[in-house]
Design a protein around this ligand. Structure first.
Ligand code: PNS
Length: 167
């Protein structure tokens, strides 16, 4: 019997508070490299977030609909434990600029030390989004600025609604 080709399962972890067009670009490109791509939202109780994990998962689930091999999950605790629990082969991360590199290098080394079989694969962020971060998007929206094109329309709508009626 012919051997079953091994399937490539990748985890794309992040805070996604909220998802930006840069994240979505990475998801689209990453989905072509893996048989299955799992976008994993970190639930970090120590970090104040604008959107709850449920809201972030809900928005992500909506925007990844065009990609049939992409699914959305969430995790807390160590990323490498989640990677193992999902039977994934690698972690996907994006790098926008050299300023991201040091942080990414640290977490990739730490994850490899914690779980030597797990590799991190980096994609360069699309040049159109190299300056876009969830943090900046939130700041611009809170000050009344226009973020159209920098986040998916659904996210822009949610951000505007939130800012109109802050919690
Ligand atoms: O979008 P972010 O906030 O840059 O994503 C950071 C993330 C989620 C990839 C990172 O904080 C993470 O993996 N946290 C889980 C905790 C963990 O595994 N820590 C040890 C390795 S750094």
């Amino acid at each position: 019997m012919a051997a079953q080709p091994s399937r490539i399962v990748a985890i794309y972890p992040g805070s996604f508070d909220p998802i930006t067009s840069g994240h979505l670009d990475l998801i689209e490109r990453g989905s072509k490299l893996a048989d299955r791509l799992i976008v994993a939202v970190l639930e970090n109780r120590r970090k104040q977030s604008l959107f709850s994990v449920e809201e972030r998962v809900e928005m992500l689930t909506e925007v990844v609909k065009p990609f049939p091999n992409v699914e959305v999950g969430w995790f807390h605790g160590l990323l490498v434990d989640y990677v193992k629990s999902r039977g994934a082969n690698f972690i996907l991360r994006g790098i926008r600029a050299i300023s991201d590199y040091e942080y990414e290098l640290q977490i990739a080394h730490m994850n490899r030390r914690l779980s030597p079989g797990v590799e991190t694969v980096f994609l360069m962020a699309g040049e159109a989004y190299s300056f876009v971060s969830s943090q900046l998007v939130k700041e611009v929206v809170s000050l009344g600025g226009d973020v159209s094109g920098l986040v998916p329309p659904l996210v822009e709508e949610r951000l505007k609604r939130l800012m109109a009626a802050p919690r």
